[in-house]
Design a protein around this ligand. Sequence first.
Ligand code: DOR
Ligand code: ZN
Length: 404
Amino acid sequence: MIKIKNVTTHLGQKINHQIDGEDRVIEAEGLVMLPALIDPHVHFRVPGAEYKEDWESGALAAICGGVTTVFDMPNNTPSCISKKRLAEKKAIIEKQLKIPLRYGLYLGADQNHLDEIAKTKDQIVGLKIYMGSSTGDLLMNDPKALEKAFRLAAENSVLVAVHAEDEDLIKKRSAECKAALQTDPKSHSMIRSPEVAQKALAVALELAEKYKTRLYVAHVSTKEELDLIRKAKMKGVQVFAEATPHHLFLTTALYEKLGTRALVNPPLRDHVDALWQAIKDQTIDTIGTDHAPHLLEEKMRPMGSAPSGFASIELYLALLLNAHHEKKISLEQIVSLTSTQPREIFHWPVNSDVVLVDLNHEQVVKDSHLKTKAKWSPYAGMKLKGWPRYTILKGKVYDTQMVP
Ligand code: DOR
Ligand code: ZN
């Protein structure tokens, strides 16, 4: 039995708490207990890019970040688009996991494999549709295939998660900005403009309304998308919106400092205030990290060959706790966005995992501290106040300062 003494709940009550599991007493005076986090959006790179992350390093990074459940994306090599590939992926994950992280997997939508939706519906957390291309070769932008995917997902009670960027518009804008694209990282945000996201999302919302598909909009990054989502929610469309830490905490100013390292899809924007407003008015339902590790040497490549994405799972909670100190978000909202709501949206069973945080601990983010194989962070140098101290998963305590 784990006995947690004198811990404060996120609602401010001081309690003693017990969890079935190893024999351990934690003197938790001064610590605050939250449900362990669910990260509904990670890329742990298996199979095919284990040098960027695998489930040993990914699980360690997750635990250090207060996360005990992750939902992993299908843009692997090969892409996870069938029951067979899901089974193969799961077998590798089970071999790699040292810390027994809880996880769910998305099926990737591929227009030639849409019959896999029915075959895998009980094994997946959702169907991921890339409406615009990003890392990997998953892309589904043919209108007929999209219709069919939304229809089949609804018929099989499968949640559709979209990467909403319009491929044709990305191509058109890339052709127009060819010169800038080759040299200037900032052009990434201009090419993948707010209109690019808005156009794809409008299509997804229309299909969700038509077929009554439950729709999860990954990495909402613009006020234009938020307006569309607000309207759709008012109409009764079953749509859920995710915000990422990088769109909440970083802006296009980062290109000056980081160059190609600042590339991410959808790109950095200057819509931070609109996103925080949408957290306040509950247009945003979840926070997902979009933990997308790439090595520094890959990120430093020139425009055109540098990949997009940031590793961030181990800073997920610290960034939010720091924002709590800045009065941007309450502990109750953090719990709702990182645990209660993802659980409800993805129909994920309740468990006893918790994270104990030290709200007063201040620490500067250092690349050398990171457990992810990416070993670099766009947040390096930031001083954050409030860090996970113990993460409790399946009745075992992980001291986040002690894990090797
Ligand atoms: O920036 C991104 N990186 N966006 C995506 O959609 C994919 C991700 C990755 O897997 O690298
Ligand atoms: Zn992603």
